[in-house]
Design a protein around this ligand. Sequence first.
Ligand code: SF4
Length: 326
Amino acid sequence: MAVEEKVLLEVNNLKKYFPVKAGVFRKTVGYVKAVDDISFYIKEGETLGLVGESGCGKSTTGATILRLEEATAGEVKFEGKDILSLNRRELREMRKEMQIIFQDPYASLNPRMTVADIVGEPLDIHNLARNKKERNEKVRELLGSVGLTAEQMNRYPHEFSGGQRQRIGIARALAVEPKLIIADEPVSALDVSIQAQVINILQDLQEEFGLTYLFIAHDLSVVKHISDRVAVMYLGKIVEMTDKRDLYNNPLHPYTQSLLSAIPIPDPTFKKERIILEGDVPSPVNPPAGCRFHPRCPKAMDICSQKEPEFKDYGNGHYAACHLLD
Ligand code: SF4
C-alpha cells in the first residue's frame, strides 16, 4: 500500500526585507531584500538542505519561519496552520513543535547556567515535568540521547569542547519533543572530524524520534549525507531545488555547478574542472536586474540581464531558475 507522505512545513512566496535608514530623520531609503519570494516544502521525516554563500538569506529564512523575524510577505504553514497569523499565545504553543540549533553553540548557551539547567529550562517554560525528580530524569535521558553522561549535568558550558557544546544545544532543542528542527549551520564552527559525529547524532535522532530537519549550510559537501532534497539559494532567491542524488549528479543551474566544482574529490586520478566565479556576491539592497546571478555567471546571455528566469519544474520535481533551460 502506498503511504501518502505528509507535508509538515510549507513556505509560499516568503519575503523578508529589512529597511535601510539614512539621514538625520532616519528615513527609509531602500530595503535589504534578504529573502525575496521563495517557496518550498518539507515532508514529515525528511531533511531539506538549504545551501548558499554567506549573506544569501538562508539564516534569515530559518529565523522568519520561526518568527524570530517577522516576514514582510508570504505564507508559512506548519501542519497546514498559518504560522504568520498566530497570536503570541498560539505562537508560544507552536514553538514547542519547532526548535532551532545555532551555529555557535557557545554563544547560544548561557555560560552561568549548568548543563542540567540549560537542558531543563525548556521543560520548565512549557511545564513538561511534574517535579524536580522527573525533570532531572528527563535531562539525564536527553543528555544520554546525544552521547553525554549524567555526571556532566552539573558542569558549565566552558568545561566542554565545541562538539560537546553542540550536543548540549541539540539536547535542549529536543527537550520539548519538537517535530521540526531548523539546524542553522550546526557544524560550521566545528573541526571536520567532529562535524561528522554531530551529523551522525542528528541522523540517529531523526530516526529515533521521527524528526524533520531544515539543515542550513554554506557548503554542499556538508549537507550531502544528511539531506533528502537540497535547495540552493543565491541573493535571496532559491535557484535550484531537487532530490539530493539529482542535484549532485545532474546540477542544472550554473551557480550550483560552480558550488559543486569547488568540492574536493578524494580520488586524485579523477580530474574535474573547477569553475571559478568572478567577483563577490552583489548587495541585496540593489540586486542585479534579470537573473541575479548574471554578473558572475560564466554562461550569461543578453536576456539574463533583462528578464528574471522563472523558477520551475524541469521534470520529477527538479526545480531551477535559468534561461538556459528554456
Ligand atoms: Fe546564468 Fe543566465 Fe542562467 Fe542566470 S539565467 S544562471 S545568468 S545563464
